[in-house]
Design a protein around this ligand. Structure first.
Ligand SMILES: [Fe+2]
Ligand SMILES: [Fe+2]
Length: 284
């Protein structure tokens, strides 16, 4: 309830009291001074109640702001630690988060949706915590068995996040995050979802995730169309070309078009993120 509405009855009492105090008929009443005294006390009390309420509102909002900061910094530290298990994936989740927030911003997302996107980005690979180090930190390509284990990480992300009591506004994050390896043509994992059955935020994550994997150094070669490429970061020109080529196959064309329409800004962000070794301290 708005504060004015909350005290409307009290305000009416005060108006009534002012009317009585100004009434000529009571000018010489022996009770007039006492009445004025009581009315003024009432007025003062009302003012104090209002101040206490507004103070506690401010304190509450500053407390919830503190809690939000603590929550975010805890999550960022956690995912930074997981990414840092392997030197070539260090900073990956933070960079993916910056890319997806950029896309959300360009698509005019609300503040609330940007918060959801931020946590889906930060937490998308948290399932890697359950992948044995022998696979996660392996130098070189995976065997089919190892690939199967590695591909289990999005499902683990979903399972881990579903077990956490996330704030109510983030309740869709576990499913969004676990779907970041789904593909538009239904050949992704863990569910093999197709097209619009994949949550839209997961389709944004897929673009940010692959863009970062292609444009960052890895310790194993990148495999594109059956060809083995270098482990070095791919040129942005090539990465943009892959996003464009795989529209409707892997990626949502709506999301890809946002990237392609803002290529220069994306490049600037890429340079910044890599120059600063993207970590939890990045603004979002
Ligand atoms: Fe992943
Ligand atoms: Fe990832």
């Amino acid at each position: 309830m708005a504060e004015d509405a909350m005290f409307s009855e009290e305000e009416q009492v005060l108006m009534q009291a002012a009317k009585v105090a100004g009434d000529e008929r009571y000018k010489d009443s022996p009770l007039r001074d006492e009445f004025m005294y009581l009315a003024n006390q009432y007025k003062r009390l009302l003012r104090q109640v209002r101040r206490v309420i507004s103070l506690s509102d401010k304190q509450q909002s500053s407390l919830s702001f503190e809690l939000e900061l603590a929550f975010e910094s805890f999550i960022r530290t956690l995912v930074t630690t997981i990414d840092a298990k392997h030197k070539f994936t260090a900073g990956h989740s933070a960079r993916v988060t910056e890319y997806v927030l950029f896309l959300g911003n360009k698509m005019g997302f609300s503040f609330e949706d940007m918060e959801v996107l931020k946590y889906a980005g930060l937490l998308h690979d948290i399932g890697k915590i359950g992948i044995p180090d022998a696979v996660l930190t392996k130098n070189g390509p995976f065997s089919p068995e190892e690939r199967l284990i590695m591909n289990g990480h999005p499902a683990l992300t979903g399972r881990i996040l579903s077990g956490i009591r996330l704030p109510r506004n983030l309740r869709e994050v576990p499913h969004m995050a676990e779907c970041h390896h789904e593909k538009m043509d239904g050949t992704g994992y863990p569910y093999g979802l197709k097209g619009e059955d994949i949550p839209f935020f997961s389709r944004i994550l897929a673009v940010g995730d692959v863009f970062d994997a292609l444009t960052s150094r890895r310790d194993y070669p990148k495999y594109i169309d059956g060809k083995t490429l270098s482990a070095e970061p791919m040129s942005l020109y090539m990465a943009f070309a892959i996003l464009a080529k795989d529209q409707n196959i892997h990626f949502d064309p709506t999301v890809v078009s946002v990237v392609l329409n803002h290529r220069t800004e994306f490049e600037t962000m890429y340079q910044y993120l890599h120059a600063n070794q993207a970590g939890w301290w990045l603004e979002s």
